[in-house]
Ligand binder design. Structure first.
Ligand SMILES: [Zn+2]
Length: 161
């Protein structure tokens, strides 16, 4: 069995406070918080995941492919970008674990981590226990740590049998 790991990162700035766009993280709508600036739904968690999977496949989905899906076909649901990245995995490769580190001041994510883990595990077809998420406030040291947006790292583990 071959085990591969890859890292993905993404960050997005919040929309202006008057924007109506909902905040979507890991496929879960976080109520009462302004969304993230992006052509898509701005799901920065799933974008980091798609980038991590691309780190295994060598085929970058975010960028040209996702832009085409978004701007030409109107696909704004970031779950579709992740599905596209998964489709590039080899026939004997499967995701066994994902781990996320999220930096933001708001929203406070502790109440949503379970729902996000459930949502991501369904998307990937793995157990909830194989989806790890931690969240930190960033201590004001970065733009995200000062509340201007959200930054996410994702590490994916893929086994090949
Ligand atoms: Zn993004």
């Amino acid at each position: 069995m071959i085990v591969r790991t890859a890292i993905g990162q993404d960050s997005h700035r919040f929309e202006s406070s008057t924007a109506r766009k909902p905040l979507v993280l890991g496929g879960v709508i976080i109520p009462d918080h302004v969304g993230l600036r992006a052509n898509s739904d701005g799901d920065v968690v799933l974008h980091a995941l798609a980038n991590a999977i691309s780190g295994i496949t060598g085929i970058p989905v975010l960028g040209e492919i996702a832009d085409q899906m978004c701007l030409e076909k109107g696909i704004t649901n970031s779950e579709e970008y992740v599905r596209r990245a998964i489709s590039d995995l080899g026939p004997n490769q499967r995701i066994s674990h994902v781990s996320f580190s999220i930096e933001c001041v708001t929203p406070r994510l502790s109440n949503y981590l379970t729902a996000m883990r459930d949502s991501i595990s369904r998307l990937l077809g793995i157990e909830t226990t194989d989806v790890g998420i931690t969240a930190t406030s960033g201590e004001g040291l970065t733009d995200c740590g000062r509340g201007e947006g959200i930054s996410v790292y994702c590490v994916v583990t893929v086994i090949e049998v």
